[in-house]
Ligand binder design. Sequence first.
Ligand code: ZN
Length: 216
Amino acid sequence: MLVGEAGGGADPAQGGTAPAQDGAAAQDGAAAQDGAAPAQGGAASPSFLCDAMLGGLSRWLRGAGYDAMFEHGIDDGDLVRLAQQTGRVLLSSDAGVFERRSLRTAAVRGLYVPRGLRPTEQAGFVLRELGLPVRDPRCMACGGALTAAPKDSVRDAVPAVVADRHDEFWRCDRCGKVLWKGSHWDGIVAGLAAAAGVAAATEAPAPPAGGRKPPP
Ligand SMILES: [Zn+2]
């Protein structure tokens, strides 16, 4: 867990089913089609759509400050359509997805994520490929933005021991969770940055042919 959290109002759907808040209009479609080329001229803070194999990546990207959506069990066609409708950058470890027309024509931006990486390494790879910094975290549960919340306003929403030990709290503006920085926070941020560094020294392997099998 990136930061401590206490349940908000609605039980957040895993992977965030809320619609994109920004970037809904079609973007200019500069594409990194298979992970070989960095995106060109992309938004300063792109939002992402992760395929069914990349749920862990979606959480780490949120922790790194990016809105990342993840849908369980969505098929390739729906995944690509959703990316196009929401203007999100499609992240997939399924090479077959990148053979679809909208990816080939750059109507949908996408990035192939190599297999065999841990989620932190996947996040580091994405940040490095797209030239993105580690930002202030978003809600890891849903990707919503976090707004500072006065301690008095969250006292009833967090355990007493947490209220005693912490003075800074944030509330997710999408799912309502209340969050605070745990003692492991600095280590996690350092881990993300280190993962980006490790990924920077690693050549992305070519996408496997076919590739519809689940990861081992
Ligand atoms: Zn949230």
